[in-house]
Design a protein. Structure first.
Length: 222
């Protein structure tokens, strides 16, 4: 599918020409420009985003013990959206690369907030409390995002709509590079905690007996 995406578009390019553009790039060739400057970055971003979503979904399902769980369940998507809107309104960011940084910051802060709220009880975290904290935080952040959007200039609304729709239209190599670093770090953390997540799936008490730390594992997962 990735290779096929390099050949299809408003202007179809056969596979031989795509391979030629990848191996013998000529900036004066229109077809080479389309492949190297537009389609390759978009394909890389799509692959990395899919990998990130897959890993995040697997971690959320392990943390919540829910086979249908996804990052939005813990308010992470809402945190990223609010951060992007704040970036567009307060800092006038307009580039996809800047959106990536703001989204990462917002998602990280939302995850930490869910963890803190989830462990507010003296008995510590449990999957149900994390889900409830995430649902409540998601509703609150989504409402705040809506308030910002309603009072923002039309350009900001258009920018946010374009970002929220998941379009890869303006994705470049810079955004792909930043995303690659972030995904690599995320996958590294996931590999570090996967054994503890498997142990905690047996239950918190049994996990503690086997040496797994629920709090540190859930914090890294969030």
């Amino acid at each position: 599918m990735s290779v096929l995406s390099l050949t299809l578009g408003s202007r179809s390019i056969d596979l031989a020409q795509v391979l030629d553009a990848l191996r013998y790039y000529d900036r004066h060739n229109d077809l080479h420009l389309i492949v190297r400057e537009m389609r390759v970055p978009r394909t890389l971003v799509a692959i990395l985003a899919g990998l990130a979503l897959g890993v995040a979904g697997a971690i959320m399902q392990a943390v919540t013990r829910n086979p249908l769980a996804e990052p939005g369940l813990l308010g992470i998507n809402a945190g990223a959206a609010l951060a992007v809107v704040i970036g567009a309104v307060a800092f006038h960011v307009v580039t996809p690369l800047a959106y990536v940084w703001f989204a990462f910051i917002g998602a990280g802060l939302a995850g930490i907030a869910v963890f803190i709220i989830g462990q507010a009880h003296s008995s510590g975290n449990n999957p149900v409390r994390l889900v409830l904290a995430g649902a409540g935080l998601s509703i609150m952040l989504t409402s705040i995002t809506g308030i910002f959007i309603l009072n923002a200039p039309t350009e900001v609304f258009d920018q946010f709509r374009h970002w929220a729709s998941g379009s890869l239209e303006r994705s470049g190599l810079e955004a792909a590079a930043v995303l690659a670093v972030a995904v690599s770090l995320g996958c590294t953390v996931a590999l570090l905690i996967v054994s503890n997540l498997n142990i905690l799936a047996l239950g918190k008490d049994l996990g503690l007996a086997l040496g797994a730390s629920p709090r540190s594992t859930w914090l890294l997962a969030c």
